[in-house]
Design a protein around this ligand. Structure first.
Ligand code: SF4
Ligand code: SF4
Length: 150
């Protein structure tokens, strides 16, 4: 897979290694999730998913094509803010999903665990010479009313 980024694919390998470390740590944490998919309904949950530019690039390089949907983001706006990569309550883009998706568990507060991994992600960006900028991942109707998903 070629990385959609100027230069080489070092950023892609760095992100892949980072997400693997996150997933191992989450696995050790043992946070329960019954895969109901509700937390990917952002407007229902009053949350907003943030991601960095490298996270978006990684997502774009690994995610499957969005579900057949000629309206694109407009469909998301009509769907009550459900992520378009969710299907049947399951994430169709698990491999490349942003850090906010990997760290979100309704069964326990994110707290210091989440802050730790966000600091690591910021440092990774700095090491790659990438400006750290966290921005909403998906368009929502009422983003100004919602809290960051961290
Ligand atoms: S974290 Fe909670 S809301 Fe989200 S899928 Fe798992 S059980 Fe459902
Ligand atoms: S990318 Fe996957 S985990 Fe993240 S919000 Fe979309 S469906 Fe949910």
């Amino acid at each position: 897979m070629s990385a959609p980024y100027p230069g080489d694919a070092a950023w892609f390998e760095a992100m892949r290694g980072f997400y693997r470390a996150v997933d191992r740590a989450v696995s050790r944490l043992g946070a329960a999730c019954r895969s109901c998919g509700l937390c990917c309904h952002f407007e229902d949950g009053g949350q907003i998913l943030f991601a960095s530019r490298l996270e978006r690039l990684y997502f774009g390089a690994t995610a499957p094509a969005p579900p057949a949907n000629p309206d694109g983001p407009a469909e998301l706006l009509r769907s009550g803010g459900r992520c378009p990569f969710q299907a049947g309550g399951k994430c169709r883009a698990r491999r490349g999903r942003p850090l906010g998706c990997r760290l979100h568990f309704c069964s326990r507060p994110a707290g210091e665990f989440s802050e730790f991994w966000h600091r690591r992600l910021k440092r990774l960006h700095e090491s790659l010479g990438e400006e750290w900028r966290y921005a909403p991942f998906l368009p929502l109707r009422s983003a100004e009313k919602q809290a960051p998903r961290v």
